[in-house]
Design a protein around this ligand. Structure first.
Ligand code: GLU
Length: 543
């Protein structure tokens, strides 16, 4: 019995690896094109950190006219969830991240380098495992969990590194006849790599994000094929990223420690290794200390949160690009109207330590994003959100013509309103524009002028003597100044400041009274526009 016989005994029916090498030829792409992927396990939950990785990968592929594909890593079938793939595809779609290749829903895919679901690639992995066995680079291992426990406890007693390596292995040097005998007898086994590594030697690695890292060589005889015939993550990574032509592996930095093993696998399989870019996790301040954004503790860790809150996808994308490359913020200031496609994201400018997730900042970015929307765009998006999440708002928006006027206040000008960060804010921002939501007898806070008679006088005189719905803005404002003067207030703030004793207050105090009386708020967008939209008849009912 030689290596070849053993390999045939273990994998009698698989296709030769040469078949796959031919089936998946090198990609014909322009120089510098990045081929990369998003490779989640379908566990039913998409973390904002995963979306961040997917976004970065998608963006650099797009920028370089490369390929971004979606590969589903479902070899750990215990962790799988029903409709997990569609959940991922839909989450990506929600943010406009559309893979060039890969899974498109639970069971469908596009592209020439598939299947893009690992559980459908069993034969492929096995044919490469067979090659390794034939070459004496992998072997069947029959160690039971009990034996592995025993090895571990011996290592602990001897104060040595734990794991399956070197002198501690039991099956590495098993005579081939004996191994064949056990297989024929139906004993359970897995396939392990016969690692040629020596941890006293160092390998140098240059990560695109993390920079130079030296690692000891890997000497662990890691499992490549499990007892269910499926590969481990490590083995599937090497085989898939080779056959799919990945040039750059962009993934979470929890994998950085596996780089020596992965480089060894590529080498032993005779593959060219890809470049690696390991992304640090997204962090959050918790009191004084930083920690990872947690699926359990932080609702904003789930991508579904953003949709539920009505934060536009564009805002989330802008914010994530912002934390990926800090120079984006300046670029955005200089190019407020350019599409994000025109910004070049650079992997090597990403932070080595985890970016801090700041919801206040995200909402701020979102306010700017929404400030550039037309009233029609705000209306459409808010209504779509409201139909799913807030029936009261949906009802308010049912009068489209009026709602467009409301949403159009201070919009489309040089300094547009910036008070909306998410669709779930809107109801509270515009309710006073709707008579059935505005309570004219509410407890309003009048700010500076609080005397009831004074307030009543201001409002009455204004509507009796000055108000004319056909006034343009300048006339309207001059009249408020006239009213101020009549009531003993300064026409201009600076006049008041120069001589405060001479006045009861200034024009701003007067307009605040009108604002609060008519809206219940002392902080609103432009009062002139608000009054125009509400109109005379309804304004008079409010006083
Ligand atoms: N399935 C792995 C994970 O979800 C993928 C890592 C990779 O991108 O290679 O962590």
């Amino acid at each position: 019995m030689d290596n070849k016989d053993l390999a045939n005994l273990i994998f009698p029916n698989v296709k030769g690896y040469e078949y796959y090498e031919k089936k998946y030829p090198a990609r014909d792409l322009p120089e510098g094109a990045i081929v990369t992927r998003f490779a989640p396990s379908p566990t039913g939950f998409v973390h904002i950190g995963s979306l961040f990785q997917a976004l970065v990968a998608w963006k650099v592929a797009k920028q370089t006219k490369g390929v971004f594909f979606l590969r589903v890593e479902d070899t750990d079938q215990k962790r799988e969830v029903e409709n997990g793939v569609s959940g991922i595809v839909n989450s990506l779609n929600d943010f406009g991240i559309i893979p060039t290749e890969g899974m498109t829903d639970e069971n469908n895919e596009i592209g020439e380098y598939g299947p893009y679901k690992q559980s459908l690639r069993k034969d492929i992995y096995q044919s490469y495992a067979k090659k390794l066995i034939e070459e004496g680079k992998a072997y069947p291992c029959f160690c039971t969990p009990e034996i592995l426990d025993e090895i571990r406890s011996n290592q602990e007693k001897a104060k040595e590194r734990t794991g399956y390596y070197g002198k501690w292995t039991r099956c590495r040097n098993m005579p081939m006849d004996m191994a064949a005998e056990k297989i024929k007898n139906g004993e359970a086994y897995i396939i392990r790599l016969k690692s040629p590594g020596n941890p006293d030697r160092k390998i140098k690695h240059k990560d695109i994000i993390k920079g130079n890292i030296d690692f000891p060589e890997n000497d662990q005889d890691i499992v490549i094929i499990k007892s269910d015939g499926l590969p481990t993550y490590h083995f599937a990574h090497a085989v898939d990223d080779h056959l799919m032509g990945t040039t750059t592996v962009i993934r979470a930095d929890e994998w950085v420690a596996s780089v020596p093993l992965h480089l060894q696998l590529f080498y032993m399989l005779g593959f060219k290794a890809p470049k690696y870019a390991h992304i640090s996790p997204i962090m959050k301040m918790d009191g004084e200390s930083k920690r990872k954004l947690s699926k359990r503790k932080d609702p904003e860790a789930a991508v579904s949160y953003y949709k539920e809150e009505g934060i536009p996808k564009q805002s989330v994308i802008e914010y994530l690009i912002n934390i990926a490359n800090s120079n984006f913020e300046i670029w955005r200031k200089q190019n407020p109207d350019k599409s994000i496609d025109e910004f070049t994201l650079e992997l090597n400018k990403m932070g080595v330590s985890g970016a801090l997730f700041d919801m206040v900042k995200l909402l701020d970015v979102s306010k700017t994003v929404i400030s550039k929307y037309t009233a029609e765009e705000v209306y459409t998006a808010a209504l779509e959100w409201a139909k799913e999440y807030d029936s009261e708002l949906a009802k308010m928006l049912s009068d489209k013509e009026y709602s467009l006027k409301v949403l159009g206040i201070e919009r489309g000008n040089v300094k547009p309103r910036k008070d909306i960060a998410k669709w779930s804010d809107i109801k509270n921002i515009i309710y006073y524009m709707y008579d059935d939501k505005f309570d004219k007898n509410g407890e309003f806070e009048y700010q500076k002028i609080t005397d009831k008679d004074e307030i009543e006088q201001i409002v009455n005189i204004y509507f009796e003597k000055y108000y004319n719905e056909n006034d343009d803005k300048q006339t309207w404002f001059n009249k408020i100044k006239d009213l101020a003067e009549e009531m003993g207030y300064a026409r201009e703030v600076k006049e008041y400041k120069a001589n405060p004793e001479a006045y009861k207050g200034h024009v701003g105090d007067i307009s605040t009274v009108l604002r609060v009386k008519l809206t219940g708020r002392h902080n609103t967008p432009d009062l002139y526009e608000i009054m125009q939209v509400i109109g005379k008849e309804r304004l008079l009912k409010r006083i």
